[in-house]
Design a binder for this molecule. Sequence first.
Ligand SMILES: *Cc1c(COP(=O)(O)O)cnc(C)c1O
Length: 371
Amino acid sequence: MQQIPLVDLKAQYHSIKNEIDQAVLQCIENGRFIGGEPVLRFEEQMAGFCNLPYCAGCGNGTDALEISLKALGIGKGDEVIVPAMTFIASAEAVVNVGAEVKFCDISGDTCLIDPLAVEKAITPKTKAVIAVHLYGQMADMEQISKIAKENNLFVIEDSAQAIGAKFNGKGPGHYGDLATFSFFPGKNLGAYGDAGAMVTKDEHLYATFKKIANHGRLDKFGHEMVGRNSRLDTLQASILSVKIKYLEQWTRKRQECTLIYTQLLGKLKNLTIPKVHPQANHVFHLFVIRVDAAFRDQLVKFLQSKGISTGVHYPQAVHETNAFNDMAHQSKDFPEASLLASECISLPIYPEMTKSQIEYVCSYLQEFFND
Ligand SMILES: *Cc1c(COP(=O)(O)O)cnc(C)c1O
């Protein structure tokens, strides 16, 4: 029996082991572990990758959202619109700056934040919308930017799952005021620990990110505001600097995997494969299929018994979690988000995945649905 993981970080390490080892050893040898040239170099590479002038590193993707909200001046008394289906961090960050989350539904076919639902969720207190580019596909940023402009809202693009993605040829941070990224190890560009970043075209916003993430200062003791400690550490920056050079190639490999999946699964009646918007370049952080909720958990167990790991992203919509169940004064009716939570399964996908591994996974999906 084969063993197929959801992602294979070991295989990726071994494909670039020499370069990574050298970068890590060099960093330790240099004896500088906070800031320094490796951090500046990675920030420059990342800004270049995003085709934007500014990138500021930080501790992780959740901090990136919090720092962004703070930098935009969002806090007590403000509302921020967040899709009901996302990783909980998108909503946590809003609560942690003292503002209020206003959930909205997703659109059933793309699984992404629904622009019409955003429009309906706006109140006089709304200051921003967090557009989450879930699973590796960007939300409809043409429509979201239009709505935001008409209503004087900031747009934060939570791009933790969508590094390298495009909508209408433009990547995260081009439509919105800024985009945030996570380099959590399992993300498309993963560090060997926690790390994150913000990118923007706005110089002032960039300077504010830098200050907030480093105790409110730009030089050693010039504390201009109360900030925090959320820095991209030097060791992680050194690793990311090596890995970002391979990112485009790895993204193409992921996309090739999805072509094989689509070929083998596209005709199965009881299963829905991901829908890609015609204007989107989807980078497939996750390959999420949908099956009838009645046998989703059974399918997960069946695949596990064949050595195939899967994920559920996510088993509950955010408004359904205990963390957010005290929002009695708000609508709790986000049917598309709830339905997706009950139907989704993430199949294994990673750049090193072979055609025969995909065929192995698909053969058991075919077997499951043909009985
Ligand atoms: C991973 C993720 C985050 C948080 O990133 P961390 O680096 O784990 O803090 C935020 N939003 C989304 C959509 C994510 O997938």
